[in-house]
Design a protein around this ligand. Structure first.
Ligand code: SF4
Length: 179
């Protein structure tokens, strides 16, 4: 077993202290770094930076970030939910570690989607139907997972079908939740 004990603390997000959602952080005694290349091969849409030893992925709308001695999880409803998510993560890390000889290793790093790449696939009309002042502002919120793609109604009109399909595919590859 790689990860024997996992204790965490919950806190409001630093960037939005009044948010109803919570973040949680676990500091780890053991390093879990060894399992990162296996998780990178296993989890679709993983972002992995082997140089900085950070691996992150999205699950159920939450961002999960692993570092050798730390695990951070965002957008939790309460402590009970945090317990379930950390229990699942502990299982995932230990099962992956124990089965590593049968798993594919992937050391290839992937970067997060860039706001500009999202922006290029939006209609670009700045019509404000999404509630944002510009398409660029919407792209930034979509990249941060603060708004879903469906909040841009024009994108779902026929003239933008090709852009929509490319953007949906880009987001899906990166592990975003799809409408
Ligand atoms: S609704 Fe879509 S097209 Fe209109 S401003 Fe927002 S992102 Fe741009």
């Amino acid at each position: 077993m790689l990860l024997k004990e996992l204790r965490f603390r919950v806190m409001p997000p630093e960037c939005n202290p009044s948010s109803q959602k919570l973040n949680a952080i676990a500091e780890l005694q053991e390093s879990i770094e060894e399992v990162f290349p296996y998780l990178n091969g296993l989890i679709k849409g993983c972002l992995y930076n082997p140089d900085s030893k950070i691996l992150s992925f999205k699950k159920d709308g939450r961002l999960i970030t692993l570092q050798p001695h730390q695990i951070a999880v965002t957008k939790l409803n309460d402590k009970q939910e945090a317990e379930k998510v950390f229990h699942w993560l502990k299982e995932l890390i230990n099962v992956t570690y124990e089965g590593r000889e049968t798993l594919k290793v992937d050391y290839q790093g992937r970067e997060p989607i860039k706001v500009l790449d999202i922006f290029k696939l939006l209609p670009g009309t700045n019509c404000r139907k999404c509630g944002e002042p510009t398409c660029m502002a919407f792209a930034a919120k979509l990249q941060q997972d603060e708004l879903p793609i469906v909040k841009c109604p024009p994108l779902f009109n026929d003239p933008f079908r090709e852009k929509r399909e490319r953007l949906l595919s880009l987001l899906k590859e990166a592990g975003y939740e799809m409408p």
